[in-house]
Design a protein around this ligand. Structure first.
Ligand SMILES: [Fe+2]
Ligand SMILES: [Fe+2]
Length: 193
């Protein structure tokens, strides 16, 4: 009945893996003698911009949040907070893109600012996902009915239809591209040295 919960949690794991990688690369990029391969940083930002925005947040907003508020009005405050965080996340990613552009054009200047923006973004996103896993999902598990879960699972499965399925495959490709480009210990790509 609750496949939808495991799908959301597994998407959180993918987002979290990219955040860990991004933080580590931002740390490595502090060495002013070694020019980072900016391509992988750009791919990671693209992933963060599109995967939560186009795939993950709509699932939460359109299918889980609205049903939960209908069944459990006391959840409204929490749901509104999480929705506001979805919007804040979209704004923060623009800041991150600006910091990366500045860093790439001004290298080695801008490294510190880039790392600070990455760290703040990762902390923000982890806090958001923790709130969903520790507060929202348990509430949904208690309040939603079998009928709700059936409808949610069907809506999530529709993401696997030929048209939307293309989207999910795109993200898998982007994820492997990141792993192939990123140097150790983040991925399998060539060292920056
Ligand atoms: Fe969310
Ligand atoms: Fe989420």
């Amino acid at each position: 009945m609750k496949d939808a919960i495991s799908i959301l949690k597994s998407e959180h794991r993918s987002i979290s893996a990219v955040l860990h990688g991004l933080k580590e690369l931002a740390r490595m990029a502090q060495d002013a003698k070694v020019r980072p391969r900016f391509q992988v940083l750009r791919s990671m930002l693209r992933y963060m911009d599109e995967y939560p925005e186009r795939l993950h947040h709509p699932k939460e907003n359109d299918h889980v949040f609205s049903r939960l508020v209908a069944r459990e009005p006391a959840a409204r405050l929490l749901v509104e907070e999480l929705q506001a965080e979805h919007e804040e996340g979209a704004r923060l990613i623009r800041e991150l893109e600006r910091a990366l552009l500045f860093f790439e054009e001004g290298w080695p200047a801008g490294a510190r600012e880039f790392q600070q923006t990455v760290d703040a973004y990762a902390d923000f996103h982890w806090k958001h996902m923790r709130k969903e896993e520790q507060q929202l999902l348990p509430l949904a598990e208690r309040a939603l009915t079998a009928e709700d879960w059936k409808a949610i699972n069907e809506a999530f499965a529709a993401n696997r239809d030929p048209v939307a399925g293309l989207q999910e495959r795109d993200f898998e490709q982007l994820f492997s591209r990141i792993a192939n480009l990123a140097p150790a210990p983040v991925g399998l790509g060539a060292s920056w040295r």
